[in-house]
Design a binder for this molecule. Structure first.
Ligand code: BEZ
Length: 352
């Protein structure tokens, strides 16, 4: 009898809620001697090169503390069939190119077990990588996350998705939960919710004050479009926004409005858009709900109904009904005109 051969991949960050690859099974497990921390800078997903966001990596437990403290980190293990592992890891190498490298660590299944279940591949960013930000107070990390945003979306969404995955698993991660608590308080104080507004990353050397954040927030909520640009004195509406920040703000504010519909996509499309370099093609769409015009905001879900992304469509729901599941090369003959090969361009989507 032929035994299935798997490669195990341990996810402790975004892989927990958005793996973006197919797997044979998944289960919870932990690693020993490592701690999940928001010490890695993100210049390509949750921040920009000018103002990096903060995402998680793992730090190794110092030898001298091993007798007194136990460091464990819970995460999700994916069993990937051997024949898909190479392509999956290649895709992840690209997605996690911002300082992360592959390591192999022992995984454990329950807190009593002394014996490793096996080895798993783990992506971690070491202190030597260029984007490493390192330690800071919990308050500073929370404020940093609160004001950061990048091409993949808001840093707060990354934090809240991570915290939520851990709450659902029923495990405690004090570092993550302490930051979550402060960020939720900040969101509450500035009336920022999950969908209708965002704060802009401002390349500030110090944390923004409440009044700064309020003015940024009201700018987004009110949809203001004019303000000071670099080289001129800042406008009264938004004394903080430089040209780059304003452009990012403009590009992102629509993603936090109310979506007009939902587009459901297959696993291949999830993988493609999770890399951020690929657009959503009609061939990857398996369903949609709602009535919307072109240029509408839609939620993008996987086939399990999990929200993966939000994006602006090139095609209306009426057009989508005609091209769903079709090859891009056939769009012109199906519609009688051509509005682009993708339903959502990769530059017009954020990841959740
Ligand atoms: C993770 O979920 O394990 C992960 C994701 C991105 C970078 C590093 C780790």
């Amino acid at each position: 009898m032929c035994e299935d051969i798997f490669v195990y991949l341990f996810g402790y960050g975004s892989l927990m809620w958005r793996p973006g690859f197919s797997y044979t099974k998944k289960f919870n497990a932990y690693i020993k001697g490592w701690k999940r921390v928001f010490y890695q800078g993100s210049t390509d997903h949750r921040g920009t090169p000018e103002a990096p966001g903060r995402v998680v990596t793992l730090i190794k437990q110092p030898e001298e503390t091993k007798d007194t403290e136990e460091w464990i980190t819970w995460g999700t293990v994916y069993a990937i069939s051997d024949d898909e592992a190479l392509a999956t890891l290649k895709n992840l190498d690209y997605r996690e190119k911002g300082g992360y490298e592959r390591h192999e660590l022992d995984i454990y299944l329950d807190e009593q077990s002394m014996v490793s279940y096996g080895k798993a591949i783990v992506y971690l960013a070491t202190t030597e990588n260029e984007e490493y930000l390192g330690e800071d107070t919990i308050d500073n990390i929370a404020q940093h996350i609160f004001r950061s945003i990048g091409p993949s979306g808001r840093n707060i969404d990354y934090l809240l998705k991570l915290a939520n995955s851990l709450h659902e698993m029923g495990v405690v991660d004090q570092h993550v939960f302490d930051i979550e608590k402060i960020v939720l308080e900040l969101m509450d104080r500035h009336q920022i919710n999950h969908h209708n507004s965002l704060v802009e990353n401002l390349s500030l050397s110090s944390s923004p004050t409440s009044s700064m954040l309020s003015s940024i927030n009201s700018l987004v909520v009110n949809g203001a479009t004019t303000t000071g640009t670099s080289g001129s004195s800042p406008g009264t509406n938004s004394p903080l926004l430089d040209e780059k920040a304003l452009e990012l703000l403009h590009r992102h504010k629509r993603f936090y409005m109310k979506p007009q519909g939902t587009v459901i996509i297959d696993q291949g499309a999830v993988q493609a858009i999770s890399q951020r370099a690929k657009s959503l093609l009609p061939v990857g769409i398996i369903g949609f709900t709602g009535e919307f015009e072109s240029d509408a905001l839609v939620t993008i879900q996987d086939s399990n109904g999990s929200d993966i992304s939000r994006g602006l469509t090139n095609y209306s729901s009426k057009e989508l009904a005609l091209i769903i599941g079709k090859q891009s090369k056939d769009l012109e003959s199906l519609l009688g005109y051509f509005k682009g090969e993708s339903v959502v361009d990769h530059t017009n989507l954020i990841l959740l």
